[in-house]
Design a protein around this ligand. Sequence first.
Ligand code: FAD
Ligand code: NAD
Length: 401
Amino acid sequence: MDKMKIVILGAGYGGLRALKGLQKKHLNAEITLVNKNEYHYEATYLHEVASGANPPERISFAIKDVVDTKQTTFIQDTVIKVNKDDKTVELDKTGLISYDYLIFALGFESESFGITGVDEYALPMVDINTAVAIKEHMHRQFAQYEATKDDALLSIVVCGAGFTSIEYLGELTQQMPKLIKQYNLPADKIQLTCIEAMPTLLPMFVEKLSTYGIQKLKDRGVKFLVGTPIKEVTADTVIYEENEERKSIKAKTIVWTTGVKGSSVVGGSGFEERRGRVMVEADLTAPGYPEVFIIGDCSAVMNPENNRPYPTTAQIALKQADAAVANLVAKVNNQPIVPFTFKSQGSVCSIGNNEAIGEVLGANLKGYPASMMKKVIEDRSLSQTGGLKIMFSKGRFDLYH
Ligand code: FAD
Ligand code: NAD
């Protein structure tokens, strides 16, 4: 009998976890994993690379280390489109590959909301290349200061105050003393501004926690503008609205972290979507396509408690990967599927290497204990995508000494 063809698109949290789960099942199948890079990166650490706290190698590992070549072929290529009615995938260099089952896990892209100038002038943080680009851009600005004395070179605006922005600012403010020394900068002229559209900062946490976190960043020199939606970006200016009045800040480094959408391959392949996310069926397949599982940031699953989709996180992507593998195996064996359900374990937002705020299993945590908890969660997640060997080489064990 011909082997069944299972194709996994994307080797992020969802894709790699699904691969590991499938390989353990030893199905009579040819598994193909497609990813644009030969490495997996832990997207949850991108802010560390963008701030210069850690190099890219610290947050990534070779995909071949988790591929069982007896069962799986890894193709390093870019996915252009899924032809869902023909059950084929179009790859940039390889051309067409076919599948019987597809696990679609291409992750997230930056959301510009169509705001003028964002695509041209602001720096997104969505993968290793863009995180490195933020760091290198900032260094180039700082390097020019001594000769030009242009204050805009020392001004950094972080757009949005979601977790990505806060975690980036946490690391960046801890790197700043080193940068000031390296480029001989006047510390009093460094300007770090975070601009948030909504009236409240970190509203997902109880006030005591969010105030604690925000105060830490203020103490390290960050200025917050709140209730001030950004309207436009130019090469050296961020324009926002405050009390219906347009105002602006000069900055040569503009970091765009105002939220994410699912991969544009979702819409490009004709799936019904909103902001790149498909509202998946209970078994995590796309409506009308029972052989196409969509997981991670490209999928949306309703939280019955508030009737809104769960936020896109690595936490849910990992759980969906396990559920998609279980349901794929159930379908192959003509067994009933198990509807996907999710219970969030909470969330922790870092404010630098050794400080965080968070709510885990109903407990509110702040400071070093919260940071320790985050590292434990991250090490566990690394073991789930990479395995124990990778966890021991790349994990965060500084909490143990
Ligand atoms: P991804 O992890 O984004 O993986 C997608 C993969 O597909 C990547 O390897 C990418 O290279 C590849 N790919 C994309 N397009 C193509 C293409 N066209 N062709 C081939 N390959 C392609 N979540 C948490 O739960 N906890 C956290 O602490 C946390 N911290 C975060 C910190 C930051 C700075 C950011 C940005 C996000 C954080 N998140 C966190 C969210 C989390 O990173 C995402 O929800 C998660 O990465 C989504 O997993 P995924 O498998 O859907 O996609
Ligand atoms: P987000 O959507 O969570 O936050 C973006 C912020 O930008 C929001 O507060 C939004 O109001 C603001 N914003 C949007 N448009 C704006 C505008 N025009 N002007 C000013 N502000 C604007 O996005 P994110 O922080 O990139 O996070 C993406 C996903 O990844 C989320 O689901 C998040 O939970 C997850 N994440 C989790 C962690 C963690 O658990 N530690 C860390 C980072 C990201």
